[in-house]
Structures are given as structure tokens and as C-alpha cells.
Design a protein. Structure first.
Length: 131
């Protein structure tokens, strides 16, 4: 199976990680990765809550909204609740802003430029598969 991973830099310490697989699904199709100095904590209560977090996101010029995202085991990345829909939405946008919940306040809020995302995905696939 061909797995293609693309990292989109935010011009800062944060990356948007996208994974595509020719057959089946990647275990983590999309995540926002933070640097090793950032440790993402939960801000929720209840069962399994230490692996979830309320995250504020803003797409292009839209109003900010709060979503519940998952926290990865190493606590250095967060995942949107519906990865395929999130990726489809990103392909139509120019940027998104995210409040990470990182204890390092200088990187807590990051804007990630995503204009031309489909072209970046296609290029990564071509490089991986040699086509």
C-alpha cells in the first residue's frame, strides 16, 4: 500500500499533517502537530476526557467556533472529530486559525496557510509514487 504523508508548515513551529493511503485509511489521516516543548492537556471532564480537548478554530474569514478534538498519545498533536470532512473542507479554503491548548503561550494560537492544498497533496502523491 502506498502511504503519502504531507506536512504543511504554518511558518512557525506547528504543522498540519495529512496522510493518504491508496487502499484503506491511515490510522491518523489528519493532525495538527506541535513542537516537543508543547504538551497538550485536556480541558474537559468525564470518561475518556483526558484524550479530548475543546479547541477553537477559525476558517478563512468565518467566525471562530469551538470543536472537540482528540489528543494523541504523545500529547504533541490533536485530531479533528471528522477527519475526511475536515480535509474536504480545507481544500476549499485559504487558511485556518487554531488555538492549540499548548502551555507555551507564544505558540498557542497558530494560523496555517492552506491555499493550494490540493496541489500540495497531488505533488506529495506524485513524489511518493513516482508518477
Amino acid at each position: 500500500d502506498s502511504i503519502v504523508t504531507t506536512f504543511i508548515n504554518s511558518n512557525g513551529p506547528v504543522f498540519l499533517h495529512l496522510c493518504y493511503q491508496s487502499k484503506g485509511h491511515c490510522a491518523v489521516p489528519v493532525a495538527v502537530q506541535v513542537p516537543s516543548g508543547c504538551y497538550i492537556e485536556s480541558n474537559m471532564n468525564g470518561e475518556y476526557s483526558n484524550w479530548k480537548r475543546h479547541v477553537r478554530v477559525k476558517f478563512d474569514d468565518g467566525a471562530p467556533r469551538t470543536e472537540v478534538w482528540g489528543i494523541t498519545d504523545d500529547r504533541h498533536a490533536i485530531n479533528p472529530p471528522h477527519p475526511e470532512a475536515f480535509i474536504s473542507n480545507l481544500k476549499q479554503l485559504r487558511s485556518f486559525l487554531i488555538e492549540l491548548g499548548c502551555d507555551a503561550s507564544d505558540i498557542n494560537e497558530q494560523e496555517i496557510p492552506i491555499a493550494g492544498l490540493q496541489d500540495a497533496i497531488d505533488q506529495a502523491r506524485a513524489e511518493k509514487t513516482g508518477q
